[in-house]
Design a protein. Structure first.
Length: 197
């Protein structure tokens, strides 16, 4: 003879908007589970026990639960749970706002120096953000070399030095800029530098 069963019916809602949450996972203590449908509604058939409980999980929400539910045979037991939304962490953006060139070394012109500066919604503070950058240096339209990935210093700047570089027209393309909790806009500002010696 099959064990007697009952149902747990209810609605899973957002605690603030009071709107039903679609796709929330409702799981009983005994391992039965289902997902909520339109309006946050769910229905579970479970074995009769002295008391039952459910756990509710949903993307973007803290877990919720309801315990000590008295499930009776052929009678629906109602369980409505409101979930608290997780705080939304705003994405901070960053970009390269300047690319400057210079020379150093023998007679002050031998080595090519490229300094880039990064800005974002919160200034890069030493030890606060582990940001790295990689660049591609082009001479007369062709790839000359790559630099990085290297860490950006506390003031948001980084300098790449290319020893004994030839004369020509140089441009720099940023190919990587990463920092935890920040997004790069993926662009490189127009830049060029003509090295005469």
């Amino acid at each position: 003879m099959p064990a007697p069963t009952g149902t747990i019916d209810g609605t899973i809602k957002d605690s603030v908007t009071k709107l039903g949450i679609v796709g929330a996972m409702v799981t009983t203590d005994t391992g039965h589970s289902t997902q909520t449908v339109t309006g946050g509604l769910f229905s579970l058939t479970v074995s009769i026990t002295a008391s039952a409980g459910i756990t509710v999980t949903a993307s973007g929400y803290e877990d919720g639960s309801d315990s000590n539910l008295n499930v009776t045979e052929n009678q629906p037991t109602t369980s409505n749970v409101e979930l608290v939304a997780l705080p939304v962490v705003p994405v901070q953006h960053m970009n390269v706002d300047s690319i400057n060139y210079g020379t150093s070394g023998g007679n002050g012109t031998r080595d090519l120096r490229v300094t880039l500066h990064v800005t974002n919604t919160d200034p890069l503070i030493g030890g606060d953000v582990n940001a790295v950058m990689e660049i591609e240096l082009r001479r007369d339209g062709r790839i000359d070399s790559r630099g990085g990935p290297v860490s950006i210093v506390a003031d948001g700047s980084i300098t790449f030095v290319r020893k004994n570089h030839k004369a020509g027209n140089y441009t720099t393309v940023v190919i990587l800029l990463e920092a935890e909790g920040r997004e790069w806009d993926g662009t490189t500002i127009p830049n060029s530098y003509t090295k005469s010696k």
